[in-house]
Design a protein around this ligand. Structure first.
Ligand code: C2O
Ligand code: CU
Ligand code: CU
Length: 465
């Protein structure tokens, strides 16, 4: 069986009359990615056609315009797909900047519904945070201007308009944001072609091959895995150490990541940057919005070896690494980083994540501030599920430390140490965190990052005073 309709034309012009989540008509031009030219005989025989992993271009966020619009994308599979993208890239361009530098971005909303860019993991003031109440109308724009004041990390950017985040992220709006700093640079970690963001998600296609969105209040689960917007991807790698900046960019699906040959991955960082020390991990779970900073050492493998990054939860193949013959013998495989544990909480607050729409009995109202937090003091927040978990809980405005998990899995995992901005509550779990808002006073949100729960109202406004 061979579905690879060869697409040889370099460029397509489409005029699509296309109803996308009940909206709009678009016309677009799009270059096809070099796609299905590299099939091996074996793939033709086994019927699994794999496509080269798309790697978004890396751009500086200084003086950048980011336009959200409907475009046509090649996600592999021999068909083009309608998507909503930032700067015509699915996922959006990877932003990269140093700690201390300035982000000056103009967001242009060329969608037919309101939108706003939020910088997930970025410590910025309320005006630059991209919160639901600041969503801008179709055709409108917003200027962001802030300094990067935090240490090296892999953050990301995505829409945050109330009740529309799910459809917009599902349809393709998301991108990575790498922050570098001097502490990290001194470690000589793999960079350039050896540092690759992996935005891991799922998606559904409709009968015409376009991305579709049919959520329920319990979530949205795609039947197809995509990494960097490519289905059934492969990546040619050298015999070298690689650094993968992994993000769960799915609306609802949680992944349990492992390598098909049983080899360990070297975990060096997560949401808030480098961990106090690196560790070898055979499996790591990553929920919606969480990041993992991972080294994989391909130096010992013979040229021609194929290794699959797999998801143990759904039993999916995510990304095939194809080892080539070029050898780079040098490479860092362990790291450590300075870390100060928070302690001595002054206040304890409890938040119940209830059903699919409520926190402490309330559905989100963008005009209501639910509580106030004093600036600069350590607090203990107790995050509890009251049904319908999993709830990946995300907090804006500060990173936090996970100190305890009671019930359910009953432990804090190595990839949950260090600084976090999102933590997973599985069924029956209570997670305790320590948090201190010490950068800006102002308004922020906490919400479930299962986007259908967030859109349903599992979100709360608070104010740092
Ligand atoms: Cu990644 Cu408030 O979101
Ligand atoms: Cu966020
Ligand atoms: Cu939830």
């Amino acid at each position: 069986m061979n579905h690879q309709t060869k697409i040889n034309r370099k460029s397509y012009v489409f005029l699509l009359v296309y109803v996308f989540a009940g909206l709009s008509i678009f016309s677009c031009t799009k270059e096809l990615k070099e796609s299905d030219q590299n099939l091996t005989t074996q793939e033709r025989a086994t019927g699994v056609t794999r496509y080269p992993l798309y790697i978004p271009s890396v751009v500086s966020p200084a003086g950048l315009t980011i336009t959200a619009s409907s475009t046509i994308e090649d996600i592999g599979g021999g068909k083009l797909t309608n998507a909503w993208t930032y700067n015509s890239s699915f996922p959006g361009p990877t932003l990269k900047a140093n700690t201390g530098s300035n982000v000056t971005v103009t967001f242009q909303n060329s969608l037919s519904q309101k939108s706003i860019i939020h910088w997930h993991g970025m410590l910025v003031n309320t005006l630059n945070d991209g919160q639901p109440q600041d969503a801008i109308s179709p055709g409108g724009s917003k200027n962001y201007n802030y300094q990067i004041i935090q240490r090296a990390a892999f953050n990301w950017y995505h829409p945050h308009p109330h009740m529309l985040t799910g459809v917009q992220v599902n349809n393709g709006l998301a991108g990575g944001f790498i922050i570098n700093d001097a502490e990290e640079a001194a470690l000589n970690l793999p960079s350039g072609n050896y540092e690759i963001p992996l935005v891991i998600r799922d998606l559904n296609l409709d009968a015409s091959g376009n991305i579709s969105y049919k959520p329920t209040s319990g979530g949205s689960f795609g039947k197809i895995a995509a990494v960097n917007g490519t289905r059934d991807p492969y990546l040619n790698v050298d015999r070298a150490v690689y650094r993968f900046r992994m993000l769960n960019g799915a609306n609802s699906r949680i992944f349990g990541l492992t390598l098909s040959n049983g080899a360990d991955m070297i975990l060096i960082g997560n949401d808030g940057g480098l961990l106090p020390s690196s560790s070898a991990q055979a499996r790591m779970d990553i929920s919606n919005g969480e990041r993992l900073d991972v080294l994989i050492d391909f130096r010992e493998y013979a040229a021609g070896t194929k290794i699959m990054l797999r998801d143990l939860r759904a039993g999916w193949d995510l990304l095939e690494f194809r080892v080539g013959s070029t050898t780079v013998s040098t490479g860092t495989t362990s790291t450590s980083s300075s870390f100060t544990a928070l302690s001595g909480p002054v206040t304890t607050r409890t938040f119940n994540f209830e059903g699919m729409t409520k926190i402490n009995g309330k559905v989100f109202d963008e005009n209501r501030i639910d509580f106030q937090v004093p600036f600069g003091q350590v607090e203990k927040w107790i995050l509890k599920t009251k049904g319908n978990a999993p709830h990946p809980v995300h907090i804006h405005g500060a990173s936090f430390q996970v100190i305890n998990r009671i019930g359910g899995r009953g432990q804090v995992y190595p990839w949950e140490l260090g600084w976090k901005d999102t933590v997973l509550l599985e069924d029956g779990e209570t997670v305790e965190i320590l948090i201190r808002f010490e950068e800006y006073k102002g308004r922020y949100v906490m919400h479930c990052h299962k986007l259908e729960h967030e859109d349903g109202g599992m979100m709360t406004n608070f104010e740092v005073i």
